[in-house]
Design a protein around this ligand. Structure first.
Ligand SMILES: C[S@@+](CC[C@H](N)C(=O)[O-])C[C@H]1O[C@@H](n2cnc3c(N)ncnc32)[C@H](O)[C@@H]1O
Length: 279
């Protein structure tokens, strides 16, 4: 019998308290979209679940020089929006791993609808026990998942293990700033599911796993600007017919407001990093 550790089960409940796929289909119909004729542009309104949206996925992919045929492992892939962006726009062959089983189901169904099932594959699993062979991946990718991982040393060791020599680890994450973060946040309804660390602690942890820093960017300002635009639109027009609420059934507006306040007040910061495996 496969029993998930209590934290994994609690995180899966946080991310998928209900039936994810049914909610997506209902939201699509309510917004006037037939799931059978879904496009990636429509899906991008809810399938890139991180502060910078699809633009930050593209920017990070350009930064690491993602090219056709490269094997990418997206850890904490959610419902697969970033994986599909990397496959469709950069020609990568992407495997996504996520511990929320309902997200994996939704990721597979969306990729099938969007004709990307041959280049995006989704597996239920954990970042700290990757079901992936040693030295088999060109790029390990991860967007806004690290905040849910208490043992970042173990995760860093897994990243180093699965990367080919010369491979890259590219990530986005929310890191701790000054003062306690406000909750509920998108990544955690309360501090019990949140494991924020300072940027310098994260850097030290990755370096200790033998990963070498190639790039480090604090993009809090861009994430704040995007957050302000989204909140202004919410106040002006009311809730959009299709947005991240399609996969966040509980307190989505409050989580959005708290995410913005956390970054505005310096309680959290949004960072992107690129690390290489040398030997
Ligand atoms: C904020 S969402 C980001 C999803 C996706 N990376 C994106 O940007 O669209 C965080 C995701 O990380 C997953 N996650 C959290 N902890 C994880 C772990 N230890 N192993 C694998 N996935 C994890 C969650 O299930 C969730 O899907």
């Amino acid at each position: 019998m496969n029993v998930a550790p209590p934290l994994d089960a609690a995180l899966a409940r946080h991310y998928a308290p209900g039936d994810v796929w049914t909610r997506i289909v209902e939201r699509l119909h309510a917004a006037g979209h037939d799931p059978a004729t879904l496009t990636r542009d429509v899906a991008a309104q809810f399938d890139e679940f991180h502060g910078g949206g699809r633009e930050s996925t593209r920017a990070l992919a350009r930064y690491v020089g993602l090219a056709p045929g490269l094997r990418v492992l997206d850890v904490g892939c959610g419902i697969g929006g970033p994986a599909r962006t990397l496959a469709a726009e950069f020609g990568a062959d992407v495997t996504g791993i996520d511990l929320t089983a309902d997200f994996v189901v939704a990721a597979r169904r969306l990729s099938a609808l969007l004709d990307l099932a041959d280049r995006t594959h989704f597996v239920h699993g954990s970042a700290t026990r990757l079901p992936i062979a040693d030295a088999s991946v060109d790029v390990v990718w991860s967007q806004n998942m690290l905040m849910n991982v208490p043992d970042k040393t173990l995760f860093a060791a897994e990243v180093a293990r699965v990367l080919k020599p010369g491979g890259l680890f590219a990530f986005e994450a929310v890191v701790a700033g000054t003062g306690d973060a406000y909750y509920p946040a998108f990544w955690a309804a309360s501090p019990a599911l949140s494991f924020l660390v300072d940027a310098e602690v994260l850097r030290t942890t990755l370096a200790a796993a033998g990963l070498v820093e190639r790039g480090w960017l604090d993009n809090t300002t861009q994430v704040v600007e995007l957050g302000r635009r989204r909140l202004a639109a919410l106040h002006r027009d009311g809730p959009p017919k299709l947005d991240i609420g399609a996969i966040v059934p509980e307190q989505a507006a409050e989580k959005m407001r708290n995410g913005l306040r956390n970054n505005e007040e310096g309680r959290t910061r949004a960072i992107q990093g690129v690390y290489g495996r040398v030997g």
